[in-house]
Write a protein that binds this ligand. Structure first.
Ligand code: NAI
Ligand code: AKG
Length: 330
């Protein structure tokens, strides 16, 4: 058997962590024949709960799990890792926007960026899930200057999955038949879920649905507000679906995207589609050999242009706020 992929999950004793470590251990991300070494990080008061999670991983008897390292020390958690799922952060409660978490959570990602820089492999692939995910990923990368910027990403795959599921439900087709839904911008209520380039069984979604008012109205707001709707119903934020999306994101990054298909990831903007360079903007990307590239040349109409501008403006504001928080914490 190959040598294990060393994978860190932060916030491993939390809600998302509980589903995520099982999915990684089951082979859903790195493959059913690839052993994994699970490095599980949480804060000192959660070490008891984390021990329980470790007992359960053992009791699952997962063939892929080579070893499990529970710890509250980032130096141990990030040591020589190949992949990181940065989940550990405060979730929002009812009535909050994700950016309300910025002041509390951005400092975590500064400290973890510094630790990744010191202890992780330079090839480490970092997925930030903790909110506000795009801006946390930006800060994390900023404090890890010896790791290439391309190795940091933020999760908008849950939004992509939500968009795909909404279209499938509307058309009464299996979800796998819907392809190439795009999430542009921020993982927030300004995100732009865009199905202008999506297909269902090869046919354009706009033709198949044949209801532009819905696609440009309720469809978009349903996806934008889905996280809040789950909080209102569960009194807790999305966890199972978030863990599944994190696995989908890392699996696409590790294994690549099929020809003709793309996925959405928050990545460093290079100014494509007139977005602000340097913010972590969600774009459609192709992935090959563990390298993503932004899909170029998609036509952007005036409606889409306005949406991209609004979400880009919010990302620039979040970036400026986050920089002030980090500067004040020096
Ligand atoms: N990008 C996305 O699509 C989504 C993002 N999220 C975000 O993911 C984050 C985690 O959500 P849940 O698991 O539901 O929260 P949770 O509160 O159940 O778990 C968070 C865990 O992180 C730990 N933690 C806090 N600070 C830490 C640190 N410095 N180092 C390591 N661990 C630390 C906590 O002790 C806790 O065990 C939240 O910020 C939430 O908003 C949630 C769903 C989707
Ligand atoms: O909306 C939230 O803050 C909860 C978690 C999340 O980011 C989501 O469900 O999309």
């Amino acid at each position: 058997m190959a040598s294990p992929v060393k994978v860190c999950v932060t916030g491993a004793a939390g809600q998302i962590g509980y589903s995520l470590v099982y999915m990684i251990g089951s082979g859903a991300v790195f493959g059913p024949n690839t052993p994994v070494s699970l490095h599980l990080l949480d804060i000192p008061p959660m070490m008891g709960a984390l021990e329980g999670v470790c007992m359960e991983i053992a009791d699952c008897a997962l063939p892929c799990v080579r070893d499990v390292v529970p710890t509250a020390d980032p130096a141990v958690a990030f040591n020589d890792i190949d992949a990181a799922f940065l989940v550990g952060a405060m979730p929002r409660k009812e009535g909050m926007e994700r950016k309300d978490l910025l002041a509390a959570n951005v400092k975590i990602f500064k400290v973890q960026g510094e630790a990744l820089d010191k202890y992780a492999k330079k090839s480490v692939k970092v997925l930030v899930v903790g909110n506000p995910a795009n801006t946390n990923a930006l800060i994390c990368s900023q404090y890890a200057p010896t790791i290439p910027k391309e190795n940091f990403s933020a999760m908008t795959r849950l939004d992509q999955n939500r968009a795909q599921a909404q279209i499938a439900a509307r058309l009464g087709v299996p979800v796998a038949e819907v392809k190439n839904c795009i999430i542009w911008g921020n993982h927030s209520s300004t995100q732009f879920p865009d199905v202008r380039h999506a297909t269902v069984n090869g046919k354009p979604v706009y033709e198949a649905v044949n209801d532009d008012a819905w696609l440009m109205g309720d469809f978009i707001s349903t996806v934008q507000k889905r996280g809040g709707a789950v909080i209102a119903a569960r009194k807790l934020s999305s966890a199972m679906s978030a863990a599944k999306a994190a696995c989908d994101h890392m699996s696409s990054w590790w294994n690549g995207t099929p020809d003709g298909q793309f996925v959405s990831m928050g990545v460093f903007s290079d100014g494509s589609y007139d977005t602000a360079p340097g913010v972590m903007f969600s774009f459609p990307v192709h992935i090959k050999d563990r390298k993503w590239s932004i899909v170029q040349g998609l036509p952007i109409d005036d409606f889409a242009k306005g949406k991209l501008e609004a979400t880009g403006k919010e990302l620039c504001e979040e970036r400026d706020d986050a920089m002030s928080v980090c500067a004040a914490a020096q």
